[in-house]
Design a protein around this ligand. Structure first.
Ligand SMILES: C[S@@+](CC[C@H](N)C(=O)[O-])C[C@H]1O[C@@H](n2cnc3c(N)ncnc32)[C@H](O)[C@@H]1O
Length: 219
């Protein structure tokens, strides 16, 4: 972790319970200080080994990226990969997504990427799904008006659940595909580690974009 600490923007689980921390603790990131510029900011939640965010950052040097991952050994691999590739526009947060509002300023993010979040089909674990009613208000608060959530998953059940949740929380759902790799979006697609495994097994990949309405532009 030591060699990568310049890439680490936040770390740790608060002593407070997650809800209390999200509401009361603030250590908001100063983007110009963190990245050395004022470029737009995008966020990936559950970045895993970081293959997706590194490639996205390489393709878009004028955008800044924040990558969130709760698991310390996993984020370490992601940071090492990023460092080795010489990518300078990604910073990492080793925190649970539940406490994103402690670090990310409100209305400061253009896009939230949710790639192959664990579907957690058990009803008892619904709250932990990253598209549940517990998380969507968090992303909503962090996103700018007109900002978007881009979701990819291998689980049709989780996909349908997520589409319903996006709509329930006022997002406008579009660019829906139930077979991403055979769709018009395939050309630009960056294949993640999990996506590679699933598609090699012949499984279709589901993708949708949920847009936060820009009420200011409405009549
Ligand atoms: C199934 S993996 C997908 C990894 C990567 N996005 C990919 O597509 O290859 C899901 C990742 O999300 C992380 N994760 C799950 N819940 C999280 C949470 N509440 N906050 C932050 N990360 C979370 C897990 O630790 C895991 O690394």
């Amino acid at each position: 972790m030591e060699q990568c600490k310049d890439l680490l923007a936040a770390r740790g689980r608060p002593c407070l319970n997650l809800k209390e921390a999200a509401e009361n603790f603030r250590a908001l990131l100063d983007y110009p200080a963190l990245f050395g510029n004022d470029n737009p900011v995008e966020l990936e939640v559950g970045c895993g080994n970081g293959g997706f965010i590194s490639e996205l950052a390489r393709r878009n040097p004028d955008t800044n990226y924040l990558a969130v991952e709760v698991c310390s050994n996993v984020i370490l691999t992601a940071m090492e990969n990023c460092k080795r590739a010489g990518i300078s526009n990604v910073r990492f947060l080793n925190i649970p997504a539940e406490i994103l509002p402690c670090y990310i300023p409100a209305c400061s993010v253009e896009t939230v990427y949710l790639n192959f979040s664990t579907p957690l089909p058990e009803t008892s674990r619904e709250r932990q799904r990253l598209t549940s009613s517990r998380f969507l208000p968090i992303y909503d608060a962090l996103l700018k008006a007109g900002g978007k959530i881009v979701q990819k998953t291998d689980s049709e059940e989780f996909f349908d659940y997520s589409l319903a949740k996006f709509r329930e929380h006022g997002f406008e759902v579009g660019e829906v595909t139930r077979d991403l790799h055979r769709s018009e979006y395939a050309k630009e697609n960056i294949v993640t580690e999990y996506e590679k495994n699933f598609s090699e097994k012949g499984m279709p990949i589901f993708r949708a974009v949920a847009v936060k309405p820009n009420h200011a532009l409405r009549g």
